[in-house]
Ligand binder design. Sequence first.
Ligand code: IMP
Ligand code: MG
Length: 182
Amino acid sequence: MEFASKNEYMSRISRVIISADEIRQRLPVAGKFIDDLYDGHPILLVSILKGSFVFLSDIARCVTVPCEIEFMEAKSYYEGTKSSGVVNITMDLKCDISNFHVVMIEDIIDTGRTLANVIKLLKTRKPLSFNVITLLDKPERRVVPISADLSLFTIPDLFVVGYGLDYGGYYRNLPYIAEYSE
Ligand code: IMP
Ligand code: MG
């Protein structure tokens, strides 16, 4: 993908759906959710790369109980803005999760296939407990009946970018969530 100018790059961002301020205001809800899980056993925040890296870094700073952070990469292959249905775990965790309360941090639940695959894998490793926090949820698009334990925002069936989410690898660094349209 190439862009002739910054204007062309930004012309594909049609409108802001969730502002940086709105995101900031919701983050403490996720921090409290995680703090409340703590019972003396450590908490492990598992960020699903790449989309959740911005969300993880903000959530982590709202947590006040002992927690560790690990990364996993799951790729859902996209044809343009539609999921192809194929999910690959391209980087696995490097630690034993059996002594942790695991909290999976996701950017968005769309068809639900990524979440279903990762949950299935991690549950076989017997964590003390298992919860999922997602920044965004697009329930209209669900193919696999699955939901997060905490979702910060429900959005309609739009393709969005920013705050970690990309189109073709771009726009992850926008501080807000915006609708992408070509
Ligand atoms: P699912 O497996 O269909 O639920 O898709 C989950 C993954 O698809 C997310 O973690 C994102 O990486 C990507 N995805 C789904 N919807 C969007 C979107 O609107 N914008 C950017 N990425 C998306
Ligand atoms: Mg993702």
